[in-house]
Design a binder for this molecule. Structure first.
Ligand SMILES: [Zn+2]
Length: 386
């Protein structure tokens, strides 16, 4: 064990209290003491410091089982702000959020072309829009987090490769210089997993695999409350695990990748192939399914079958508490949930339904961008992303 001196312990406890507040939002000093196993006087001292720094406030009284009613501690929500950016299939979205991860400003622009110059230009303009609305906020800005659909290199501030977007080697360094704010890059599935584990449906779980279904498929892996990134942050590319040898051609150059069967694009393309009707969104396909259109029913059932194939492998490899499915499709949990569980757990020698819960994101379309905007918060307070 490494010996910590008194001030290290105090700094560490301060970080733990901030982490706890991010998850729980409202706590009494007694809650803090119990959950972190520190004394009430210690909790009181640190809360006093955070209050002096203008980070937390006392808000109302908690109900009491007798005696004096305890005071609730929470973030002073607008004491700090952070920016999240999400690069999607044909759009960029930027949000300004406060310490409660509440979206204060929200801008989105469709992209006409997806190339390096356009991505940088639109990102810059949208960030300016979300912060320039109120100049007073600028001094309280913690940084900018970007959720990107590919492999990122934080040291070089680069999106190294995004196969579905045919993008390579985009450097975001000029934005860091321009805004004079720290910039953090994260893979979209990791960003989504972070949001789910801190703000969403998986808040109190240790082991979680987040399956981000968008144009492609990405995975965010939390093991024992810690994000697993792999040797050089390339872990979780579950969209490219092979579920059909010699199967459909993937943008990565390989064949039979999971995302060619279970992404939004896969669902849309399968429907077009079957019907020749040029639908553009998964909403159109699912609505037709809900109306009982025969072709749509076939396509969606085959889609669920394909999705279950990949998820079953994830269950076997990780034995997680939860699998959380995120992205646009998550709003159709009522259509998918039961059928997906049936496929995964029927004829399964190893697992029964309930052994692993298959959940749908509660943050929906916001999970990636909220995760991105959380990263500057974690970094500026020196917290581990776990
Ligand atoms: Zn692939």
């Amino acid at each position: 064990m490494i010996a910590l001196d008194h001030s290290d312990i105090k700094t560490n406890n301060k970080k733990r209290i901030i982490s706890l507040l991010i998850k729980e939002r409202e706590l009494t000093k007694l809650d803090i003491s119990r959950k972190l196993d520190i004394s009430v006087p210690t909790a009181t001292t640190i809360v006093g410091e955070l209050s002096e720094e203008g980070l937390v406030e006392e808000a109302g009284m908690a109900s009491s089982t007798g005696g004096r009613k305890p005071v609730i501690i929470r973030f002073l929500p607008n004491s700090r702000y952070t920016i999240g950016v999400d690069l999607g299939k044909d759009y960029i979205r930027a949000v300004l959020t406060n310490l409660d991860s509440k979206i204060i400003e929200d801008r989105r622009r469709e992209l006409k072309t997806i190339d390096k110059d356009e991505v940088l230009k639109v990102t810059k303009e949208l960030i300016e829009e979300v912060i320039n609305l109120d100049i007073n906020k600028n001094s309280k800005l913690l940084g900018i987090g970007l959720s990107l659909p590919g492999i990122v290199n934080q040291e070089e501030l680069k999106l190294e490769v995004a196969t579905n977007f045919r993008l390579k080697n985009i450097s975001f360094k000029e934005l860091q210089t321009y805004f004079n704010l720290p910039i953090y890059l994260e893979n979209e599935a990791n960003a989504g997993a972070l949001a789910e584990s801190k703000l969403g449906i998986a808040k109190n779980l240790n082991n979680l695999i987040y399956v981000s279904i968008t144009e492609g498929i990405g995975g965010g892996i939390f093991i024992n409350n810690d994000m697993y990134r792999g040797r050089d942050r390339r872990a979780g590319e579950i969209g490219h695990m092979c579920i059909a040898k010699g199967g459909r051609q993937c943008n990565c150059g390989r064949k039979g990748c999971f995302e060619t069967y279970a992404s939004n694009r896969a669902l849309i393309n399968s429907y077009i192939e079957k019907t020749n009707v040029k639908v553009k969104t998964i909403d159109e396909v699912i609505n037709r399914y809900k109306l009982g259109e025969e072709d749509a029913v076939k396509v969606v059932e085959e889609y669920i079958d394909n999705l279950s194939e990949g998820i079953e492998s994830l269950v076997f490899i990780f034995n997680p508490d939860y699998i959380v499915i995120g992205g646009e499709i998550s709003k159709y949990s009522e259509v998918l949930s039961q059928k997906l569980s049936d496929k995964i757990f029927s004829n399964n020698e190893f697992y029964r339904e309930g052994d692993v819960s298959i959940l749908f994101s509660s943050l929906g379309d916001d999970s990636n961008i909220l995760g991105a905007s959380l990263i500057p918060v974690f970094n500026s307070f020196g917290l581990d992303i776990r």
